[in-house]
Design a protein around this ligand. Structure first.
Ligand code: MEV
Length: 300
């Protein structure tokens, strides 16, 4: 028997970093996925073949944890395929772990609810990277746009006028080192950073309302304000700032970096009439457009 699963990558719409400290964020699943094929191994060894994934530590850990938890002694073989490269910050580690755990559960004949799957994957990821909110995992499991706070998940309907342009800055950021960087800042300047997080949290709550009421201009303004607070957290880069600035000058409703910062991608919220102009502006500022859109489908 071969089990086939897939899980989507993600984009952080609002609230990155603060979400690690218990504040809310809004995260979206995208139409770029990681696929896993799992079967029982025929050579007494667990085997992972993962050309599209940065490294296999997350999948290796998924196999270890799942075998221990469900008392499985038989070996398995997992093969991955990916719609997107691991180095652009779309959450390939979380998506591959979600797809792997779902595949293993199916192979082991175990039914997991979405929240059980979320909790299991979050635990596996924390075993490796120690810190992390689980927001990426929530997007991969549930799909669509998710309001996420300390493991609590509420889906938000995607308004018809919601349209993003994604620009890749050309450099890869290491999420864990940026989480550590913020954590160090938090230790050194706790009062100030607490205030920043409070402000980010308040923007996220307003953004949720703006999304729910299909108010894109307001959402855009909130995204830009979120970017300014992320600059204060020292996680933006001159390249990301240039792309954000270029999008705004070209008429985007708002723009911000997306994810841990230090590179990876930025997102711009645009009206249909401004799409081409904003795309061009991002490219002119040195970015590469990534053709990605928000997708309702979670793990399958
Ligand atoms: C990374 O995609 C988002 C961060 O907030 C980390 C996390 O939520 O675990 C920077």
């Amino acid at each position: 028997m071969t089990v086939k699963t897939s899980a989507p990558g993600k984009l952080l719409l609002m609230g990155e970093h603060a979400v690690v400290y218990g504040y809310p964020c809004i995260v979206a699943a995208v139409d770029k996925r990681i696929y896993i094929e799992a079967k029982w191994s025929d050579n007494n060894k667990d085997k992972v073949i993962a050309p599209g994934v940065k490294n296999t530590v997350f999948i290796d850990m998924a196999i270890k944890v799942m075998k221990e938890k469900y008392d499985i002694t038989q070996e398995s073989e997992l093969k991955t395929l990916s719609d997107f490269p691991p180095n652009i910050g779309l959450g390939s580690s979380s998506a591959s772990t979600v797809a792997a755990v779902k595949a293993l559960a199916t192979l082991f004949n175990i039914t997991l609810s979405q929240s059980q799957l979320f909790n299991l994957v979050h635990t596996i990821i924390l075993k490796i990277q120690k810190k992390g909110s689980g927001a990426d995992v929530a997007a991969s499991v549930y799909g669509g746009v998710v309001y996420f706070k300390s493991g609590l998940i509420a889906k938000i309907n995607i308004p018809s006028s919601f349209s993003l342009i994604i620009g890749y800055s050309g450099s890869k950021a290491d999420t864990v080192s940026y989480i550590k960087k913020v954590s160090q800042l938090y230790t050194e300047r706790r009062k100030e950073i607490d205030k920043l997080f409070d402000q980010i949290g308040a923007l996220v709550e307003k953004a949720k309302k703006a999304l729910e009421s299909n108010d894109m201009p307001t959402l855009g303004t909130l995204m830009t304000q979120n970017h300014q607070l992320l600059q204060k957290l020292n996680v933006s880069t001159p390249q990301l700032d240039a792309m954000v600035e270029a999008s705004l000058t070209a008429g985007a409703w708002g723009a911000k970096l997306s994810g841990a910062g230090g590179g990876d991608c930025m997102i711009a919220l645009v009206s249909e009439s401004k799409r081409d102009k904003v795309r061009y502006a991002i490219e002119k500022a040195g970015g590469r457009i990534i053709n990605v859109s928000v997708d309702k489908r979670g793990v399958r």
